[in-house]
Design a protein around this ligand. Structure first.
Ligand code: GLA
Length: 407
């Protein structure tokens, strides 16, 4: 009896102590992932080319860090159960590939799934969680995206907590990305389990549509943005809502790509690019590398933005930033251009979640347009702009004059 009690005590203590790596992803993770562009056609040459591109095209300096391989890298397990990479696609092995990525000052990510098989039908981690986590640590993995296909008989909190504990036991700090499409509402339970959790079905490069394939969904940019609106309370340093990886450069118009990127920044979303970094247009790179927009995403407060007002399908979003600044993004959901005006003096922008009041009557802010980099006056003058269809005007407001002290 004493032994049983001691065992229960030990288990209780170890589960109370169990946690994720807490010092990671204090701002939303930034990087690249293979899935949106290459799907199952991924191989080590592609991964090396993406690492080379990120290290030399300004993305690394802009804050992008992770080079993540998604599904379909896996081969069979060996006789002892250790996972092997597909020998045709990854002949040099994962350790060599991770070394290549690390040598460029970047970090290396990988993908697995809670079931016996991944969504793409490759070997997954069920029953091998601790063995896989130890293998990843040996290879030098820094980021794990962990999917939810073939999850029969599992609960999401149970399955993801098992892998969290396995990663922790393996000892190498790993950003843990939960990918279960929001079915179990991970924003309610996963804060101590992962660093980010998917909130929706899979993104596709379409601005305003949903494709329902019955067993899975594809969601465009606007339906995903709408899905994020009620979830903002769950986001913060170390635990982010993940509206899925970026489709910038994968076929939408330049306006739509700019809007997609801006809104992900307003949402404090992970910025995981998903295009071919070795072959992209100047316009695509300029969107991905917009330092002013990225600064909104990476703001130290880590507060997800919120829709403040909507009129004629034009939405006005605000995001409180560190140091008393605000980001504002005016989203034109219409395909046609719309005139937009905003008289700051008549608006009351309050954020009860962040306990912030813009107080435009008492404080003056300078206004900077984050896509043209042009100063756009101050909040003393009314803003009047025309916004092209499916485009945004994204601004940063910086306080220039404190409110007069009360007499
Ligand atoms: C799921 C995920 C995608 C991708 C694929 C891989 O659909 O949501 O992001 O990882 O699996 O098979």
């Amino acid at each position: 009896m004493k032994r049983i009690l001691a065992l229960i005590f030990c288990l209780a203590v170890s589960s109370a102590l169990a946690q994720k790596f807490t010092e990671l992803a204090l701002t939303p993770p930034m990087g690249w992932n293979s899935w949106n562009k290459f799907a199952c056609e991924v191989n080590e040459d592609i991964i090396r080319a993406m690492a080379d591109a990120m290290a030399t095209n300004g993305m690394k300096e802009a804050g992008y860090q992770y080079i993540n391989i998604d599904d379909c890298w896996q081969g069979a397990r060996d006789a002892q159960g250790f996972i092997q990479p597909d020998p045709v696609k990854f002949p040099s092995g994962m350790k060599a590939l991770a070394d290549y990525v690390h040598a460029r000052g970047l970090k290396f990510g990988i993908y697995s799934d809670v079931g016996y098989l991944t969504c793409g039908g490759r070997s997954a981690s069920r029953g091998h969680e601790f063995q896989d986590a130890a293998t990843y640590a040996q290879w030098g993995v820094d980021y794990l995206k962990y999917d939810w296909c073939n999850h029969e008989g599992l609960t999401a909190p149970g399955a993801y907590t098992t892998m969290r504990d396995a990663l922790l036991a393996a000892g190498r700090p790993v950003v843990f990305s939960l990918c279960e499409a929001g079915h179990s509402q991970p924003w309610l339970w996963a804060q101590d389990v992962g660093h980010l959790w998917r909130t929706t079905g899979d993104i596709f490069p379409v601005f305003d549509a949903v494709a329902d394939h019955k067993t899975w969904m594809q969601c465009g940019v606007l339906p995903i943005v709408d899905r994020e609106k009620p979830l903002r309370g769950a986001a913060g340093p170390g635990h982010w809502n993940d509206p899925d990886m970026l489709e910038v450069g994968n076929g939408m118009s330049e306006s739509e790509d700019r809007t997609h990127f801006s809104m992900w920044c307003m949402l404090a979303a992970p910025l995981i690019s998903g295009n071919d970094l070795a072959h992209m247009s100047r316009a695509t790179l300029q969107i991905l590398n917009n330092q002013d927009a990225i600064a909104v995403d990476q703001d130290a407060l880590g507060i997800q933005g919120f829709p403040y007002a909507t009129n004629a399908n034009v939405e006005v979003w605000f995001k409180p930033l560190a140091g008393g600044d605000w980001a504002m993004c005016v989203l034109n959901r219409n395909p046609q251009a719309k005139a937009f005006s905003f008289d700051w003096q008549k608006e009351a922008v309050l954020d009860p979640l962040a306990r912030r009041d813009a107080n435009f009557a008492g404080s003056t802010y300078s206004v900077k347009n984050l896509w043209t980099a042009a100063p756009a006056g101050t909040t003393r003058e009314k803003l009047s702009v025309e916004i092209p269809g499916h485009d945004v005007v994204m601004l940063r407001l910086q306080k220039v004059e404190a409110a007069a002290p009360p007499r």
